[in-house]
Design a protein around this ligand. Sequence first.
Ligand code: AMP
Ligand code: FE
Ligand code: FE
Ligand code: ZN
Length: 279
Amino acid sequence: MGKADLHTHTTASDGSFSPEELLIRAKKKGLQTLAITDHDSIKGYLAGKVIAKENGIELISGVEFTVSWEGREVHLLAYLFDEENEDLISLLYSNKKARKDRMKRIVTELRKNGVDIEYDEVMAESGRGMIGRPHAASVLVQKGYVRSVNEAFIRYLSSEKLGDVDAGYRPIEEVVRVVSEAGGVTSLAHPGPLYSDVDLKGLIATGIDGIECIHPSHSYPVQKKFSELAKANHLLMTGGSDFHGTGRSDYDPFFGIVTIGDQYVASMRRLSDRRKQNQ
Ligand code: AMP
Ligand code: FE
Ligand code: FE
Ligand code: ZN
């Protein structure tokens, strides 16, 4: 049975490794299937396709969409979609714009609180990748406001600290529909402690296809709870390490360790194939 990691990040969002570096590491870890799921970007996936082929790794299309649900930001993984689908590309474009606008507002908010930070510095930190709070966090570390990215999140960048910085992300229902029309499947990312049972019911009712049951933030009982929830609702089970690179997050040591069997990927493919045939 082959091992798959369906949740990884590269320099196309807030990861520290390029798609090439990530794929080489994936090969070393003995992964057979990989999904590059950058935040709101498929650039890392697109760049990785050829390298994956050369290294005999099955790279499936993936992205971690930020979506809006009941006024909250939710992470929704999407896989196996047609990457040339125009509606999907417009969604990504819309999120890119939303992220830039949001970062401008975050910077304004921080400056009001006496933090000397410029939007252009955060932009430079993100390089050619999708901008996000981890890049602002790195700037705060470099400027000596905090000692670590984690501290930056706690003291400055958590949703509670920032208050209501509505980014204007697309509603979950719309993203679910677009991914499905693009022949792809969706999965609720790292639900862990984020949602109450009532929330989960509501989220499932939006039409998501799966739940990320396996994630480094899930203890075995949590993993079991979500696997049972997926089964009871006839949903796909997905899983991955949420690898961001070395020292980026607490999950990073789990790359190559937190994996999912490729029979789960086969189930995802069956649904995706059915959708593509019905188009
Ligand atoms: P954003 O994409 O701007 O919404 O930022 C959210 C991302 O920041 C998440 O996907 C994580 O990768 C990262 N993140 C969230 N909390 C922390 C934390 N405490 N320490 C480091 N990274 C974090
Ligand atoms: Fe991230
Ligand atoms: Fe996430
Ligand atoms: Zn992630």
